[in-house]
Design a protein around this ligand. Structure first.
Ligand SMILES: [Zn+2]
Length: 256
């Protein structure tokens, strides 16, 4: 479906949140940290990407445009992709999401608490980094101890009911791993077991054996484990922490 040479010639986008016009509400902080993009800007960039893919004579539905973390915002693009024939939208979901937990992931839960005070971003920077190193359960426990609210499920997440619509319109579902944290320092055996479970949950949901590393961070050893477990494609981010050169690994660019 996807040709590696085509991917190396164009940036593979990684998207999270999408706002329309001026960002407001929970989109404000995501925009401030470079994780929300304006809808019309995004559509123009996608159209240009599709044109380039056409110039390169890429096959239909061969170039991935990826969405991480299960935000409901992806639904805004359903009709857009119908006219972008070279592009293949892919949604990367965590194992908990695939099993029905549609509460906010820990970091967005933290961002929600500062969405009315953008100046607080610098204050939470070290806390963000600390959270990325903890498993999801411990991240939530820490946020519980700070008495931050938690909606279960969150209306900002896609949710199982709407997932079918996306799949019916041709979107692919991949794995965003078994636990959303920086997996580079996990014990090899625990990583293998976790990724194995994540792959099973993805395939059970009708997904494909593709893995987007949480935070875009991975190591060569982890990539080898993911390959051995059965993942056929892996995705990281174009950030220093994710600069690993594994043949199965596609580095993505966060569009903002
Ligand atoms: Zn993520």
């Amino acid at each position: 479906m996807i040709q590696s040479d085509s991917i190396s010639r164009l940036d593979v986008p990684c998207l999270h949140r999408i706002h329309i016009g001026q960002a407001s509400g929970s989109h404000l902080i995501h925009e401030a940290i470079g994780m929300s993009i304006e809808m019309n800007d995004l559509i123009h960039r996608l159209e240009r990407l599709n044109e380039k893919a056409a110039e390169l004579k890429l096959p239909d539905n061969s170039f991935p445009v990826t969405f991480d973390d299960g935000w409901i915002d992806a639904l805004k693009l359903q009709s857009v992709f119908e006219s972008l024939n070279h592009i293949q939208p892919v949604l990367f979901l965590t194992m908990r999401q695939l099993r029905g937990d549609w509460s906010l992931l820990p970091l967005p839960r933290l961002y929600d608490s500062v969405s009315d005070a953008i100046s607080d971003i610098d204050d939470i920077d070290s806390l963000r980094e600390r959270l990325k190193g903890l498993c999801e359960e411990d991240q939530h426990a820490l946020l519980d101890s700070m008495e931050l609210p938690r909606d279960i499920p969150s209306p900002e997440m896609i949710g199982r009911d709407r997932l079918g619509d996306l799949v019916d319109s041709g979107w692919l579902i991949g794995s965003h791993s078994h636990d959303h944290h920086d997996l580079r320092f996990d014990d090899a055996l625990a990583l293998e077991e976790g990724l194995c479970e994540a792959l099973d949950a993805t395939l059970e949901a009708g997904g494909v054996p593709w893995l987007a590393w949480p935070e875009g961070r991975c190591r060569m050893e982890g990539c080898e484990i993911a390959k051995a477990v059965g993942f056929e494609r892996q995705f990281s981010l174009n950030v220093p922490a994710g600069m690993v050169d594994h043949p199965d690994l596609i580095r993505r660019e966060i569009w903002r």
